[in-house]
Design a protein. Structure first.
Length: 137
């Protein structure tokens, strides 16, 4: 496939899928949901829920755990100003939490930088800003 430069295969079915064991699936779904919603038992998920995906930025960039330029650079060389977008800097602009569907973790957040920064704009988790965030100092 790679030799033919094939990027993807799309398949469209017309038959309904039949679940082999709906009862077992439902039991597993409930068990998994109970596990991931008990955030006190999973510190990583609790941190993700409290601080969002910006929680690990400073630590990951400063220790080389962020995949910047294929892990070839670390810290300020890799991401100048990274310390300005840690959760302690971002959450003060958070208007509300957000997340996907019914996910109990809700790792996203809607933030707005209203004044004192260049350029003022709204940034949501699913929006890729054309310019880096410039936190108010
Ligand atoms: S499903 Fe969405 S809201 Fe939940 S943890 Fe993943 S990215 Fe965050």
């Amino acid at each position: 496939m790679g030799a033919k430069r094939l990027k993807a295969i799309a398949v469209r079915g017309t038959h309904k899928l039949k679940m082999e064991d709906p009862g077992q699936f439902d039991a597993l779904r409930k068990k998994t949901f109970a596990h991931v919603t008990d955030l006190d038992q999973i510190p990583y998920l609790k941190g993700l829920s409290l601080f969002g995906t910006c929680a690990g930025i400073v630590r990951n960039v400063s220790t080389g755990k962020a995949p910047i330029r294929n892990w070839s650079k670390v810290g300020g060389e890799a991401f100048p100003g990274y310390e300005k977008i840690g959760h302690d800097q971002i959450l003060k602009y958070q208007l509300r939490k957000s997340g996907c569907g019914n996910c109990p973790i809700n790792c996203g957040g809607i933030v707005a930088v209203k004044e004192g920064c260049t350029p003022p704009r709204d940034v949501s988790r699913n929006t890729r800003p054309s310019q880096p965030l410039v936190p108010c100092s």
